[in-house]
Design a protein around this ligand. Structure first.
Ligand code: NCD
Length: 309
């Protein structure tokens, strides 16, 4: 029996969701497009708390925008430095406090497992807005939504994830999610930043996976190029970062051999892995992806707060 009950649910790992549930979230996201343009009072009286223990521009503002567009209100902090965490408060106590103020909490934290821990303590739904280098499930949902919107489908696509597949959390959640579809996955990274073993194990029996280091070789075959930043702040050793910095550069020369209808996505922020000259190409879709993040987060807020069924 399909469990399509979302009210009160945490969104901690994308692995907790079936293909049917993900498709349902994508459908609700589509229905949010007009509300994102004209606004709604669907969540009037509800409060979202955004607790961000790590830097963010898009994810926090996107959650807040989504809540405001649905008529709800927002509280929270973006700098843990100024919150009581600085005084030594532990995460469980912060959550048990904030659940009194808010109906739903979006949490970003530098530690793997933080969102899971928060969900164990919280009475209100926890939306994982990035847990260490582990997962970023709402980003994966907006990535899927973007692929479906741009390509009309997800099944049948050939998709390359490129860059830091070891420390990048978006690619972990995205690989789990894509393994529920009939796709071919290329994992392109420097040798030292290969996709985490546990992710490979979870996906390789479900879909065809090709690992490699050479992007030029795969570029003519793919429909979606998902580029990521090398996650400097997560390297234990600065010398290791220096070795891999700037490994991949997406530029017009590389794209000469790409399919005309290739789409290029990036969770952003970008450093130098996509040249500015690519921004004007029809393939560049990373800024459209930002808009899609709003409608997907509107859908998630409405679902976990029980405003849509
Ligand atoms: C990503 C993140 O925080 O993991 N950013 C985002 O949420 N869009 C990617 C990154 O920081 O490189």
């Amino acid at each position: 029996m399909l469990n399509l009950e979302f009210k009160g649910r945490d969104i901690v790992s994308i692995e907790d969701f079936s293909r049917e549930e993900i498709n349902y979230i994508l459908n609700i996201s589509r229905s949010m497009e007009p509300l994102a343009s004209k606004g709604s009072d669907m969540l009037k009286g509800k409060i979202l708390a955004t607790l961000f223990f790590e830097p963010s521009t898009r994810t926090r503002l996107s959650f807040e925008t989504a809540m405001l567009k649905l008529g709800g209100a927002v509280i929270g902090f973006a700098e843990a430095e100024v919150a009581s965490v600085r005084k030594g408060e532990n995460l469980a106590d912060t959550i048990r406090t904030v659940e009194n103020y808010a109906d739903v909490i979006a949490l970003r934290h530098p530690l793997d497992g933080a969102a899971k821990l928060a969900a164990e303590f919280s009475k209100v739904p926890i939306l994982n807005a990035g847990s260490g280098s582990e997962e970023h499930p709402t980003q994966a949902l907006m990535d899927l939504y973007t692929m479906q919107k741009e390509k009309g489908k997800i099944d049948g696509l050939k998709i390359a994830l490129v860059g830091d597949l070891r420390y990048g959390r978006t690619v972990h959640s995205l690989a789990y999610a894509l393994s529920l579809y009939d796709i071919k996955l290329y994992l392109i990274s420097p040798e030292s930043l290969k996709m985490r073993k546990e992710v490979i194990h979870a996906v390789e029996n479900k879909i065809s996976v090709v690992e490699g280091t050479d992007l030029e070789e795969v570029i003519p075959q793919i429909d979606v190029l998902y580029v990521t930043r090398i996650q400097k702040e997560r390297f234990p050793d600065a010398a290791e970062y220096a070795k891999v910095k700037g490994t991949y550069k997406i530029d017009l020369k590389l794209l000469k051999n790409a399919k005309k209808d290739l789409i290029i996505l990036h969770p952003l922020p970008r450093l130098d892995e996509i040249a500015a000259e690519v921004d004007a190409t029809p393939q560049a879709r990373y800024f459209q992806q930002v808009w899609n993040g709003i409608v997907v987060r509107m859908a998630l807020l409405a679902l976990v707060l029980g405003a849509v069924k």
